[in-house]
Design a protein around this ligand. Sequence first.
Ligand SMILES: NC(=O)c1ccc[n+]([C@@H]2O[C@H](COP(=O)([O-])OP(=O)(O)OC[C@H]3O[C@@H](n4cnc5c(N)ncnc54)[C@H](O)[C@@H]3O)[C@@H](O)[C@H]2O)c1
Length: 256
Amino acid sequence: MRLANKLVVVTAAASGMGRAGVELFLKEGARVAAIDINADALAGLKADMQALGHEVATIQADLSRPEAMRGSINEAADRLGGVDVLWAHAGIPGPGGVENLDLAAYDQAIALNITSATLAAGEVIGHMRKRGGGSLVFTSSVSGLVGSMFSPVYSAAKFAVVGLTKSLAQRFAADGVRVNVVCPGLADTPMKLGFTGRSGIAAEAAANQERMLAAVPMGRLCKAEEVAHAVLWLASDDASFVTGVALPVDGGFTAR
Ligand SMILES: NC(=O)c1ccc[n+]([C@@H]2O[C@H](COP(=O)([O-])OP(=O)(O)OC[C@H]3O[C@@H](n4cnc5c(N)ncnc54)[C@H](O)[C@@H]3O)[C@@H](O)[C@H]2O)c1
């Protein structure tokens, strides 16, 4: 078991990649706290994990609100008895352009994609120092490594997450805290439609997906579990000398 007795916190944990991570980390021996805004989905996650013989601590919080972000990290630390690993995974697609920008949508995208990650790091570092070290993993995107004409605001925020990762890797190294980021390609989760269906016209989503996958050498969507496995490795002691890395999980999309 690669996370035996590790105390692990996952944000945006009730769906998609975060949920896949919760299940995988529990199977790998971790004690897990799952934070999400969706109370019903958290209850479903808890029940599903119980059916597999695992207990997960669930915490409902709107991570776009700074006080809720900070409070939920501290509640998770209280309930687990500390934090060894944080996967700060929260993010949203945000507005599709900059023309006639909807500032409320812009602010929400910045709040969830970069402000929440920054606050999570600032809050969790004290808990990790108490444990003598830890592993902090963020979620960026392929759009955090190369620009996206369809998601300029998202791309800007996800580039910022990569910058945050590389900066904190240096800042926290002396504390024994490693900081890395996963950069998934278009993934087969509910959020996919936020990218492929931006125009809101269902008929276009399939065509958009086809166009996006045509640029992926492996020619398919990313699976939630594939990202969870990458995070497992970064979180575990197997990656003990790995810090400051932005790891694409993208079927070769950014290898061009
Ligand atoms: N799906 C993709 O194609 C893709 C690709 C690259 C990166 N990402 C990134 O992965 C992360 C999530 O993607 P996913 O595919 O697992 O998504 P998902 O849609 O399956 O799950 C997102 C989760 O975030 C929660 N959430 C939304 N707003 C929240 C808030 N304000 N506070 C707390 N929780 C909130 C939702 O309730 C949901 O459980 C994001 O950071 C996203 O930018 C997604």
